[in-house]
Design a protein around this ligand. Structure first.
Ligand code: BGC
Length: 784
């Protein structure tokens, strides 16, 4: 169903490259902090104010996060059972380094005192900066203009910086600027919404050491359970022609450099603050402080502007590759750029970290990585930054041992079972029916491996990492399923949960069985490829994992005999063995405010109805598009759409893409609107806890795979573009097998251009297109 709250008034004015806030509003502050977050895939900072926040406590959450930096805690169950996930992992809110306080005499600047004469905040997606320009009048009538610029460097993952400018407008006198690091920080605790907060009750970081000189401050902390060391450092540089004195202050977990300035009316005072984070997840303990000092020294030597330029250069390249241009619709243009920008800001690029469901913007889902990455986010990187895509898969290889361990805990004799949600590899889902039971994650990861190889032809990855992952996951499926006489001796998979979390612990979930079939088949194919062409690699892996020759044939047999539920009467694929035997949810009598259902009904009430949180059968049909005809997709779409609530942010993009394919263009557009602006318009009313990275990836897919109909089927690239009615055109670029192709769609035609790489052949609708150097090919739209 397309709920009518889908198209809302926008909170921020529409602008193609910026997110702008014209007025400070307590009501939206919590959300603004998410929206104005900055990150570089390693450090993430919410858009908190440098001076702190004096408003009501439920309208703000201070947050700075480091990708992959976490603390563990035992998961407490009222009624534990064997094999339940034992420990939670929580991405920590780390030392707050944003703090810069300003005093005019003894009057402290904050947004709640005095008079805010003017205010403007801009997130520039082109420059990757957050700027705030404020004219503030103190309660005693002293006016200052404060201009603050912040960025987190894409050129150096350990560096962030703030440029803080103050001009006294109507007085000369004492101004004090205090720049601090504060290690006394906490995470949110779980309350009523299972999607927010953690079980970490106390301040998890303990102070190990601190240093403070005239311009340098360092705080060293440790996590008690994971025993990680965290070093946070700052270097402050004051630039002013006025006289000033300095004071240094240390209190418990806080260090502060204070500058007391004899300010002159109209004279600019500038503080440049360079910030760094290093942890023992990347370096040895002894290296952390020297590294932090070195980063700060270099940053100061270069200066704010030069560091910023280096950061912008990286961002320019990013936009050159990844920008999706939409002509004639500012709201969507803003939405898609915002989403792409946040994907870049959130993604771990070191092979040891991944991309969290909420990026580095909030504490929703505790900073965990889910299947969101492989199915929803991975394509964006695969077709724009294949190198980053590889790193995401390397991360999955890095946790393969944990997945093997988990498989043993779950009584599987062989293979690996990837965790439903995790940071470092251990299963962290405390609610197994919608957690561990989602075995499909194994096949989702392998789906991404398969696509990666298909699109990049990177055999090195397959040989070093991919093949082993493929074999271990195939083994798991072989162990999990069984041939059931009552099902015609077909290979059945029981007691799992598919992607739709409103239906749990079912037999023969269509999506899971379908994806498992592909995983098993791919296992068989990769084994044969290796035996054929890379025998030494095959033997190495075989020995390492004790692979027996028979197993490979078992995979093929299971794949060939996989049971896929089908209902003759309705001519659709049921979501599982019993889905169609349940009553349909009473949508008519469900008040609007009862969505999302998960917050208003016991899970059992939901499970015993035909109601979907998100696509399941339809997702398989999109991922393996060429295996299903348009008619079959349409039939299934028509059945499942009315029973889907889209309570998951992973839903609308898939509906948009399929709607495009089957010619439901209006629906495709509506679903896209919702997908593209989910956080900017806060459609799920929870963006304050962090952005929805899967949905952000889904935005890109909705344009490229939806409106432009791109598919890669058996190694062959295809497009089938059309132009949504409200647009004048759109343009994007993709990387495919080392080539870079630009696709430009207008009302009647599509222009393809080869920007880089060898000549390429692909399909446009039913036509074959060949592109050679620099050549453009213009063809009429075929989509109908
Ligand atoms: C969805 C899952 C998703 C998780 C994290 C849930 O609401 O149902 O599919 O993995 O959010 O984004």
């Amino acid at each position: 169903m397309v709920r009518d709250n889908f198209v809302k008034e926008s909170i921020y004015p529409l602008h193609e490259w910026n997110i702008i806030e014209e007025n400070f509003d307590v009501e939206t502050n919590y959300l603004d902090e998410t929206i104005f977050s900055l990150g570089n895939g390693y450090i993430g900072m919410r858009g908190n104010f440098e001076e702190g926040y004096n408003g009501p406590s439920d309208t703000s959450v201070e947050g700075t996060y480091l990708n992959g930096f976490y603390e563990t805690h035992p998961i407490k169950y009222g009624e534990p059972a064997f094999g339940y996930a034992k420990n939670g992992q929580t991405m920590l809110n780390v030392t707050n380094s944003k703090i810069i306080k300003l005093y005019i005499d003894d009057e402290e600047f904050n947004m709640f005192s005095g008079n805010l004469v003017s205010y403007k905040r801009i997130l520039s997606m082109k420059k990757g900066t957050l700027t705030r320009d404020v004219i503030w009048e103190s309660p005693k009538g002293k006016k200052v203009n404060i201009k603050i610029k912040r960025f987190i460097s894409l050129a150096n993952k350990h560096l962030a910086s703030i440029n803080y400018e103050v001009v006294p407008l109507n007085f000369s006198g004492k101004i004090t600027i205090a720049s601090a690091l504060d290690g006394d920080v906490k995470n949110l605790q779980t309350e009523n919404d299972p999607r927010v907060g953690s079980a970490l009750e106390h301040q998890p970081l303990t102070l190990e050491d601190k240093f403070l000189s005239d311009s340098l401050g360092i705080i060293v902390q440790k996590t008690p359970n994971t025993k990680f060391t965290l070093v946070c450092g700052m270097e402050n540089e004051l630039k002013t022609t006025c006289n000033f004195s300095k004071e240094n202050k240390e209190i418990e977990q806080r260090v502060e450099n204070k500058y007391i300035i004899d300010a002159t009316e109209g004279e600019k005072i500038v503080l440049n603050k360079y910030i760094t984070y290093y942890t023992s997840r990347d370096y040895l303990d002894d290296e952390l402080i020297p590294k932090a000092k070195e980063t700060l020294t270099i940053a100061r030597k270069k200066g704010f502007e030069k560091n910023l330029q280096e950061h912008i250069e990286i961002l320019n390249k990013f936009w050159e590759h990844a920008d999706v241009e939409i002509k004639g619709d500012k709201a969507l243009q803003q939405g898609i750029r915002f989403n792409e920008f946040h994907l870049l800001q959130s993604v771990g690029k070191d092979g040891k970290t991944n991309i969290a469901a909420k990026g580095l913007t909030g504490q929703g889902y505790e900073g965990h990585y889910f299947w969101d990455t492989e199915v929803y986010i991975f394509p964006f990187f695969l077709y724009n930054y294949p190198k980053i895509a590889r790193k995401l898969l390397e991360y999955r290889y890095s946790i393969l041992d944990s997945a093997r361990k988990r498989a043993r805990e779950m009584a599987h004799k062989k293979g690996a079972l990837y965790p439903w949600r995790t940071i470092a590899g251990e299963e962290c889902s405390a609610y197994y029916p919608a957690g561990t039971a989602q075995y499909h994650i194994n096949a989702d990861i392998i789906y991404a491996v398969k696509k990666y190889i298909e699109v990049t032809e990177d055999m090195d990855f397959l040989l070093k990492y991919g093949a082993e992952m493929v074999f271990e996951t195939a083994r798991l499926w072989a162990d999990l399923g069984s041939y059931i006489p009552k099902k015609g001796n077909k290979f059945c998979i029981d007691s799992v949960t598919g992607p739709d979390e409103y239906t749990a612990i079912v037999n023969n979930n269509f999506y899971t069985n379908y994806m498992a079939k592909m995983n098993l088949e791919f296992g068989y194919d990769v084994a044969n490829l290796l035996k054929d062409k890379y025998l030494d690699v095959y033997n190495r892996i075989k020995e390492k994992i004790n692979l027996e020759e028979d197993e490979i044939y078992e995979w093929k047999k299971a794949a060939d005999n996989m049971y896929l539920p089908y209902d003759e009467e309705l001519d659709i694929y049921p979501q599982d063995d019993n889905f169609l035997e349940k009553p349909v949810w009473d949508f008519e009598n469900t008040p609007k405010e009862n969505y999302p259902l998960l917050l208003h009904y016991h899970p059992l009430v939901i499970y015993r109805h035909q109601v979907c949180k998100q696509p399941d059968v339809l997702l398989a049909m999109y991922l393996y598009s060429d295996e299903f005809t348009k008619e079959v997709k349409k039939k299934n779409y028509d059945y499942y759409e009315p029973v889907t609530t889209h309570d998951s942010s992973l839903s609308t993009c898939v509906f948009s893409i399929l709607a495009s394919e089957i010619g439901y263009n209006d629906k495709a557009y509506k679903y896209f609107m919702h997908t593209a602006r989910i956080d900017l318009d806060n459609y799920h009313n929870n963006s304050q806890h962090g952005v929805h990275t899967a949905c952000m990836g889904g935005t890109w897919m909705s344009v490229v795979n939806g409106f432009a109909g791109m598919r890669v089927e058996k190694g062959q690239l295809k497009f089938n573009p059309y132009l949504p009615n409200n647009w004048d055109g759109y343009r994007f670029r993709i990387m495919f097998k080392g080539r870079r192709v630009e696709v430009n769609v207008d009302r009647e035609n599509v222009t393809y251009k080869l920007l880089d790489g060898k000549p390429i052949n692909f399909k446009h609708g039913s036509k074959s297109i060949s592109l050679t150097d620099d050549e453009m090919v213009k063809v009429p739209i075929e989509h109908n």
